[in-house]
Ligand binder design. Structure first.
Ligand SMILES: Nc1ncnc2c1ncn2[C@@H]1O[C@H](COP(=O)(O)OP(=O)(O)OP(=O)(O)O)[C@@H](O)[C@H]1O
Length: 435
């Protein structure tokens, strides 16, 4: 009808105006950029050593939507390796990061000598180039690193001569099962979290990326359990250093040098490792890590009955300087933990501000700690005996180890809790009688 009613010139003008308007309203096609990530030459599809290519493939496996892909590759699963879903060559998928769409394509071609050349191609609008390189790719590698950390089987190493002997570490302690003051527990977790995130910060201020914790408190309050919980939380290996077996400077140096990154060095009962004589020597020999004196003294029990091993060939200040010196130039992500039943017996060198980053007191079993134990053993949050036990706990000093032992005595929660109440009641009575 318009053709018949409107003159030709008018129709042409209207069509030109309409196309002009359309061009104005339509967004111009954004310029695209493509980042090509090639599989490293020589790596096979299953060996996982293809560098960034494999990291991206592992990341995409967590983002792929199996319902939206017509064809998918499934690989891995050999000798315990995890199964990985991936795109078929020629397919593509979209991932959204911080509100921006990133498209991944799986590309295969013929490489040098006719070998298969594979790559993953990331394309995005040119305006997001900085985000792709500065945020998205680092986010991918960090996510994969975290996933690998979680998957890793942990090891605990003990020193034998100048070498570490390792076995798998299956200690079940976690921060959830650890009975301790909830605020203190939270502050330890927050401190570990901060430590993990601060790689760049440590680099910038020129400090070795390490952190020191001093755990103190009576025997049986969970110091070793806390170390195990830290290792499980961080997915770090443990190196349990028995200083009494370390004979000399060279051996200590070799042991510390052969520790891997992402590990925790534990020295238990640090107060027993150095006699006052060796402390005096240490004061005179700051920086001189070790003397090679092999002599040993008699073992003297402490007032809790714990045997006190004597050890003379290393001085505390020497050891600390030695660790500082070595770790500041080699290795990253190291944690050192000292434990002691007697903080007051420690060499002031260890208590100096800045030496140990956090002092953690593992104390007697309080009410909150008891509730954690009851939850661990019987999956209960309440019980008619709880008020009585709460009142008794505030009147007597009992370790979580003692309470755990009482709770283990019966599989029936009523009987076990009655056992705890009776045990605490007897303790209270003994205090009243002055025993
Ligand atoms: N805080 C706690 N939370 C949970 N369980 C605990 C706790 N403290 C002790 N236990 C229980 O008691 C056992 C012994 O505790 P652990 O060895 O951790 O104490 P410790 O303070 O390191 O003792 P020691 O100073 O004698 O080495 C643990 O295996 C665990 O079953």
């Amino acid at each position: 009808m318009a053709r018949e009613l409107l003159p030709h010139d008018l129709r042409a003008a209207a069509s030109w105006a309409a196309s002009l308007l359309r061009a104005r309203l339509e967004r111009p096609r954004a310029e695209r950029r493509t980042l090509v990530i090639k599989r490293a030459a020589g790596s096979s599809r299953h060996d996982g050593d293809g560098g960034l290519f494999d990291e991206v493939r592992q990341y995409l496996a967590t983002r792929i939507d199996p319902h939206s892909m017509r064809r998918l590759c499934l690989s891995g699963g050999v000798s315990g390796a995890r199964r990985v879903l991936s795109m078929e060559h020629g397919d593509s998928m979209t991932d959204v990061f911080e509100g921006v769409e990133f498209t991944w394509a799986s590309v295969a071609g013929e490489g040098r000598g006719g070998a298969l050349s594979e790559s993953l191609e990331l394309s995005f609008d040119a305006e997001h180039t900085d985000k792709a390189l500065g945020s998205y790719v680092p986010f991918i590698t960090a996510s994969v690193e975290e996933e690998r950390r979680q998957d890793r089987a942990l090891r605990i190493y003990m020193n034998e001569g100048s070498h570490w002997q390792g076995i798998n570490h299956h200690h079940p302690a976690t921060f959830d099962t650890l009975a301790m003051n909830p605020e203190l527990k939270q502050s330890v977790v927050a401190d570990l979290e901060r430590f993990l995130k601060r790689r760049d910060y440590y680099r910038r201020i020129g400090k070795a990326w390490q952190r020191g914790y001093l755990l103190y408190g009576p025997p049986g309050t969970g110091k070793s359990s806390l170390v195990a919980a830290m290792a499980n939380y961080l997915r770090f290996n443990l190196y349990d250093l028995d200083l009494s077996k370390v004979r000399g400077n060279t051996v200590l140096q070799r042991l510390l040098n052969t520790m891997t990154n992402r590990s925790i060095l534990v020295i238990e009962d640090i107060d027993c490792c150095f006699t006052s004589a060796s402390r005096e020597v240490g004061k005179d020999q700051v920086g001189d890590a070790v003397t090679d004196d092999d002599s040993e003294e008699e073992s003297i029990p402490d007032h809790w009955g714990t045997p006190q091993p004597q050890q003379h060939n290393i001085t505390l200040s020497g050891l600390l300087n030695f660790i500082d010196g070595l770790w500041s130039t080699s290795g990253e992500e190291r944690i050192i933990v000292f434990t002691t039943n007697y903080k007051d017996r420690l060499d002031p060198a260890l208590l100096r501000p800045g030496r140990m980053d956090m002092h953690v007191y593992m104390g007697y079993c309080g009410w909150e700690a008891f509730k954690t134990l009851a939850r661990n053993y019987f999956l209960i949050n309440d019980h008619p005996l709880f008020p009585e036990i709460q009142a008794l706990l505030s009147a007597v000093e009992v370790t979580p180890a003692e309470v755990s032992e009482m709770l283990l005595r019966s599989e029936d929660d009523d009987a076990a809790l009655q056992g705890v109440a009776t045990f605490l009641g007897e303790k209270k009575q003994a205090i009243g009688e002055g025993n």
